[in-house]
Structures are given as C-alpha cells and as structure tokens.
Design a protein around this ligand. Structure first.
Ligand code: CU
Length: 532
C-alpha cells in the first residue's frame, strides 16, 4: 500500500472548498488597495533580481514581467507559472524572457494568466555563474471589464449586417432561381416563394441574433459577477476593563455558513492592522490584533487623536493569497484611557511629514534624535523594474544608524494616497507578502488538508527563520536600503517608513507629489481601478 491519503477525494473536496473561499470569494487586487502590480526583490541563486509583474486586470489576461538581473552574467531567464496547489508537473512549460534592447540588465516576457488564483511565478536565471530560482507570489484577479472600442463595435456591426443581408439574399436567390435553366426568368410563383423564404430566413436569423445577444449578456454578467469585490469588514472602538480596544470583524455575508480558509502568520502576525487619519493622514498606527475567533480580531488602541480613521487589514491565506480588507472607524476623544500594547510590536506615529522632491529627496527627523533620509535622484513614478525608493537612517550624531530587524525585515513602508484609493505595505523585498512567498515555496503534497501548512509555518519559528534569505537573526542591517515600488497613479502620497534602532521603532514620514506622464506604462490602467 502506498502512503497516500486514504481518502484523496475528500481531501480534494476540502481543498476545493478552501480554494473557493480563499480565492472565489475574496479575490482582491493583490495584497494592496489600488495598486495591482507585484514588485519583488530577491535572489535567484547567485543572481540578485528585481522584478515587476504588471497585472492585466482581466482574467484570462496577459501579464508583463520585467526582470532586472542586478549582477552576474545571466544567459537565460525563464518564467514558469505554478498554481498554488499544483506542483511542477501541473505547470506549463517555462517561457523564455528576452533581453530588452539598450539595457544590459533588463529582461522581459509576457505571460498568460488563465485563472483567478494564487500563482507562484518561478523565475529561473542561469549562466556561467550557476543557476537559481526565485518564487514570486502573484495573485491574478479580474478587477476590470474592458469596454469595446467604438471602432471595433462599428466594424463588427457592419460585418454582421453584411452577413445577415447577404444570407437573406442568398436564400431568396436560391429559392427563386437555383432550379431554373440558364437564361430563364423566374415567374411570379417563384418570386412569391422566394419572398416567403427570405421572410422565414430573416425571422430565423433574428431569433439566432437574439439568442446570441442573450448568450453574450449572460457571459458578460458572469464575468462581472466574478470581478473583485472586497470582503466586507467593519471596525469599532470599545472600552472594556479600563482599556480601549479597536475591534475588527470580517462580516461578509458570503462567509455565512462557510468555512474560512485558514490564515497564516506574516512576519509572525496573523493580521497587520493599519489606522490612518482620514482627513490629513497626520497619524498612522500599525497594530497586530489578537485573534478572538477566525473572523474577529482586537487590539489595544493607542492614544490616537480623536477623529475618523481608515482601517486597512493585511491577511494571508494558506494558499499564499494575500489580501487587504478595508473598514473605517471613529476614535472618540474621551475618556482618556490607560494604554498597554496588546502586542509588543505595535506602534503608532504622529511624525510630521516632510515634502520629498525627486531631485533632492528629503530629511525627516526621528523621535530618537536621528534622521531618516529619502535619497533623491530617483523618478517618483516609473514603469520599469528599476524603480526603487531609497532611504538612509542616521543616528542622533549623524553617523549611519545600526538598524535591527523589525518584524523580520530591515524596514516597512506604508503608502497611502490622499483620497485613500491607494494603500500599500512594502518592504525591501517588494510588495509581496513574505508569508505568500513562504507558503508557495514550502508547500508539499502533504499540505492538502486545510490548516496543515499554517501549523508548519507557525512551527517554523513564527515563519521568520524558515527561509534562509529571510533569516536575518539579530545581524546588523545596513543603514541604507531600497524598497522596490512604482506609484500606480499620479497624485499626493504619504509614505511612512518604519525601522528599529536600539530596540525602539522609529517612523519617518514623507509627502510625495507623483506626477503623471513619467512613463505611465500599464500603471495607467490602475488609475481607472475602483480602489476600494
Ligand atoms: Cu511590514
């Protein structure tokens, strides 16, 4: 007997149910709001790479993948799509990327994403320095319905009219004179029969067109129904036992009576909850709520200024599917309450933001007396894979700061635009959720039962030391770091950057005016997305 599961069908059914819940019911535009592209920085074996996957916004759709091999002598760059629950045998053959002329480091390839699901893009790089693979989590969801251009509609309509009238004419001619010897004129009876046949043909064609229109409409409605609709969530503030709590509930009616696909910890936390002051973005809190049950979370609320707040919750499913849920909450002004953090890594910031210019960058004073520099010189909007926001942190006396890992990362950036239609949580590794990368990398065929992979990831030291390139331990980090990202659309953004120095979390805040026209690329489509 083999050691396979005794009831593969049952396991498969459970898996499908989990997939339906993680994917079918909650397919967001990746782990972010209003920024559908995936940014990744990591290593494919000996080759450091920076990658951007431009989401097509429709499924099936063609994604554009730009790969920058930062050093080494690559000869081949390939990409291969693995569905989250499908191994190498279920993956299509790898596609070869081509060099982009005029840029020695840049490679590009277009890839079809056929389903709305969680994919691991396996990026292979090989050459005389050896070969290696990086796994980039990409979530494909349909976020838009492409409209037909007037030109195409007019052309199709003209062709259809030509075919309809042509067919009716052919039927009439066939009935009228197909059986006549050459040169003989049809008589009145034959003309009459032809008119009847043409009328019948016209009615049948009209019925076929009507049926076709209904079919077109139902396919269209089905597609629109399957479009991204964020899971409904709500947040509230409650005082209990002398402390103030912010509660977060995932209360979407689509979850009623269904099992919720298991969550896995990202940076060791099941949920990262961000509160941003709605009116002026002057306050940002980054909390890690405790799990009350599978859809209810609560965190001690820091003493934030009273006001209306936008709430963003980052979660990752076992399938590697990451999503950001949104809600809103009003923080009341009274009574003053005692605050004890419910999670040691919770933080909030009222740091006044400094304005960034693309030429000179900006310098933001930190609470510990040090400084965070936004390094100038980079474009504030970019369509290619070399976009990176760069920062340097200085200690109070101006020397490079000795940074420590904060939640397993050198830095965390939180980006929100002025109207709240864009929100992103980024790291030096890009926009991908670390937990997604781990889930897609560590998944084995034995993880087909919901919950198994989550337990294994949790057991692997809060998921922090499970992968070699993420295991920073307590090693000292460089004072300067880059965060690969491109702003998805023009406008005013605020960017908060969090690092840890001497045991405390320091937050820098920057205001950025992103102009349009700087090679908008596919990002221009994102501007049309319903962000939330
Ligand atoms: Cu983070």
């Amino acid at each position: 007997m083999s050691a396979r599961p005794a009831r593969p069908l049952a396991a498969a059914r459970a898996l499908c149910a989990a997939a339906a819940l993680a994917l079918g019911f909650a397919p967001p535009a990746s782990a972010h709001v209003g920024s559908p592209d995936t940014w990744f920085e990591g290593a494919a074996g000996p080759y450091p790479v920076r990658v951007v996957v431009r989401a097509p916004g429709v499924v099936p759709g063609l994604a554009e993948i730009d790969v920058r091999v930062l050093s080494g002598r690559p000869e081949h760059v390939t990409v291969q799509l693995y569905g989250w629950n499908v191994g190498a045998r279920g993956a299509p053959a790898p596609d070869e990327a081509k060099r982009v002329p005029g840029d020695a480091q840049l490679w590009s390839v277009n890839l079809w994403f056929m389903e709305s699901t969680s994919y691991g893009v396996h990026l292979g790089v090989s050459g005389p320095d050896g070969s290696g693979v990086a796994v980039i989590p990409v979530q494909t969801v349909a976020t838009q319905r492409l409209a037909m251009t007037p030109g195409l509609a007019a052309t199709l309509l003209a062709l259809a009219l030509f075919l309809v009238f042509g067919l009716v004419t052919v039927v009439g001619a066939a009935v009228r004179e197909s059986s006549l010897p050459p040169g003989v004129e049809p008589d009145a009876r034959q003309r009459g029969r032809a008119r009847v046949a043409m009328a019948v043909a016209a009615v049948l064609l009209a019925a076929a067109l009507y049926g076709g229109r209904n079919w077109w409409g139902s396919v269209d409605r089905g597609y629109v129904k399957g479009l991204y609709r964020p899971m409904h969530a709500s947040a509230s503030v409650a005082d209990s036992a002398g402390a103030r709590w912010v509660r977060f509930a995932i209360d979407d009616e689509r979850l009623t009576g269904r099992r919720w696909s298991p969550l896995i910890p990202d940076h060791g936390k099941l949920m990262h909850l961000f509160l941003v002051n709605k009116t002026d973005m002057s306050t940002m809190a980054h909390l890690h709520p405790l799990l009350r049950d599978s859809t209810h979370f609560a965190a001690a609320l820091p003493p934030l200024p009273a006001g209306a707040y936008d709430v963003y919750a980052d979660i990752v499913h076992e399938s590697g599917f990451a999503q950001t849920l949104t809600a809103a909450v009003v923080v009341p002004g009274d009574p003053p309450h005692a605050y004890t953090a419910s999670d040691a890594d919770d933080s909030w910031s009222e740091t006044p933001a400094v304005r960034v210019t693309s030429a000179s960058g900006a310098s933001c004073p930190l609470a510990d007396g040090g400084t965070m520099l936004w390094l100038g010189g980079a474009a504030l909007s970019s369509g290619r894979a070399d976009a990176q926001l760069r920062f340097r942190v200085l200690a109070p006396r101006g020397a490079p700061a000795r940074l420590e890992p904060f939640l397993g990362m050198a830095a965390h950036a939180i980006v929100r635009n002025a109207d709240g239609s864009v929100f992103a949580h980024l790291h030096p590794t890009g926009s991908v959720a670390m937990a997604s990368e781990m889930a897609l990398t560590m998944r084995t065929p034995a993880d087909s039962i919901p919950g198994t992979l989550g337990r294994r990831l949790t057991a692997a030291g809060d998921g922090m030391s499970a992968m070699p390139d993420m295991n920073m331990g307590t090693a000292e980090l460089p004072a300067e770091f880059g965060i690969p990202w491109g702003f998805p659309k023009p406008g005013r953004y605020r960017v908060w950057v969090q690092v840890r120095r001497a045991g405390s979390i320091e937050t820098g805040a920057f205001d950025v005016d992103v102009t349009g026209g700087a090679e908008p690329g596919r990002g221009a489509q994102a501007a049309n997305l319903p962000g939330r």
